[in-house]
Design a protein around this ligand. Structure first.
Ligand SMILES: [Zn+2]
Length: 433
């Protein structure tokens, strides 16, 4: 069993005890927000639920779901605050990618301390050591003091101020050991290093990359690990839940992300019927913050697609439950004959199939349920029998997803390159090309 814990007592607390702790914290949270937060009192009253009705963890389903645009953005700050204004010590903000403008996030001293502990737990779980030098690729310099609790040196994000080539050279000269960034940034870092003649394995001390903010296709992850020699650890979090620390992280077993269950209660719901789904079923991740003081979240719809994994003890010794890595956004879910798929599932399939290139487009020509899925994909150079390849790919697709798919093969280089998954989804019914 590894001994890399930041808060061993909490990280290895028996699961039954951890669930009791969640229940105690949920009951206290519900009482507190009903009493002190006008927004939650109104929402609870709308669905007709009283704090006394929330006793066990299963009762959480009685509480109203909340959303970013409809609730978080539409409610003034003072109606979301659960503490007096004089206890708010910092104001951060959301990234604003969804609403078009950022939303203020108030935190107390206690919230900051909790975030720091989560950041430290999450560093430890990935094997970050006190002697490590962490280089930030994302401009999140406000997490530097947090990171410094657990590591020796942090190299500030030079994003926007320094070219990628200079960042790579800096990593080499300084001896950076850990990268922290979006998967696409780490991918570009590794690709560009090769182009300018720097071999990550031979010429640098890089050994770990902590990834967050975007989904990463498993085949890409494996290829990147093999090429760079770095171990890639996925982390999951979002600013409304925790400004500084991830709420879930991969451990050395690399088969899902432990959710820090003493602080977060997660559910997965069907995004259409809003019913709570069983472990193993893929749907929308919903998060309740059990300990946040200034701005707690109750059953907050993240818009992210995930599934809770069946509970079993993890060899790393941590008892916190796991979710599978977060795959994409709910709005990108494609529904074909009752089966839900993400563009990432299709990407995984394409990358794993020999004879195909990397660029593809998923074509949706009808709103709602699709009768037939179409994928336009580049074939690899040198393929002679395109008809045979098309048949082989269609059969393999059906075998791996139980769905039929119409494959259209186009020559290498025929599709413009894009880094963004969303741009690979073409909705012709909206008139988009
Ligand atoms: Zn584990």
């Amino acid at each position: 069993m590894e001994k890399n814990y930041w808060e061993p007592e909490i990280e290895t607390m028996p699961w039954e005890r951890l669930k009791q702790l969640q229940e105690e914290r949920l009951r206290a949270l519900v009482k507190r927000v009903y009493q002190d937060v006008p927004f939650y009192r109104r929402r609870f009253d709308e669905v007709g639920v009283k704090p006394e009705e929330i006793d066990t963890l299963a009762d959480v389903a009685k509480l109203p779901l909340t959303e970013y645009m409809r609730d978080f953005v539409a409610t003034p700050l003072e109606q979301k605050l659960a503490v007096p204004w004089n206890l708010v010590t910092e104001i951060g903000s959301t990234s604003g990618t969804l609403s078009g403008f950022t939303q203020p996030l108030a935190v107390t001293e206690g919230d900051v301390e909790a975030d720091i502990a989560l950041q430290c737990r999450s560093n430890k779980i990935a094997g970050v050591e006190a002697s490590d030098t962490v280089q930030l690729l994302i401009p999140l310099d406000f997490i530097v003091p947090t990171l410094k609790e657990a590591v020796s040196r942090v190299i500030l994000s030079m994003a926007g101020r320094m070219t990628l080539d200079h960042q790579i050279k800096l990593a080499k000269v300084v001896g950076t050991t850990v990268l922290l960034g979006f998967p696409s940034q780490v991918l570009r870092f590794v690709t560009r290093a090769r182009e300018i003649g720097i071999d990550i394995k031979r010429d640098t001390s890089l050994r770990l990359a902590l990834l967050s903010g975007e989904p990463l296709a498993t085949p890409v992850k494996k290829r990147l690990e093999k090429e760079s020699g770095m171990a890639l650890y996925e982390q999951y979090g979002f600013a409304e839940a925790s400004m500084r620390g991830p709420i879930a992280c991969e451990c050395s077993q690399r088969d899902g992300l432990h959710v820090w269950a003493d602080r977060y209660l997660v559910e997965v719901i069907d995004p259409e019927t809003l019913e709570v789904l069983a472990p193993g079923e893929e749907g929308e991740l919903v998060v309740t913050t059990l300990t946040k003081e200034a701005m707690p979240l109750i059953r907050y719809r993240t818009g992210d697609v995930a599934k809770i994994l069946g509970y079993e003890p993890c060899p790393c010794g941590r008892t916190h439950p796991k979710i599978a890595s977060v795959g994409g956004r709910v709005e990108h879910l494609i529904k074909v004959k009752g089966i839900r798929l993400l563009p990432g599932d299709i990407e995984d399939f394409i990358i794993g199939m020999s004879g195909l290139g990397n660029e593809y487009r998923i074509i949706i020509d009808k709103e709602g349920e699709l009768e037939r899925l179409k994928v336009r994909v580049e074939h690899a150079p040198g393929v002679e029998d395109l008809h045979a390849l098309k048949q082989e790919v269609e059969a393999a697709f059906e075998q791996s997803t139980s769905l039929s798919c119409q494959i259209e093969l186009v020559p290498p280089g025929a599709l413009p390159q894009t880094q963004f998954k969303a741009q690979r989804l073409i909705k012709t019914y909206r008139g988009e090309k």
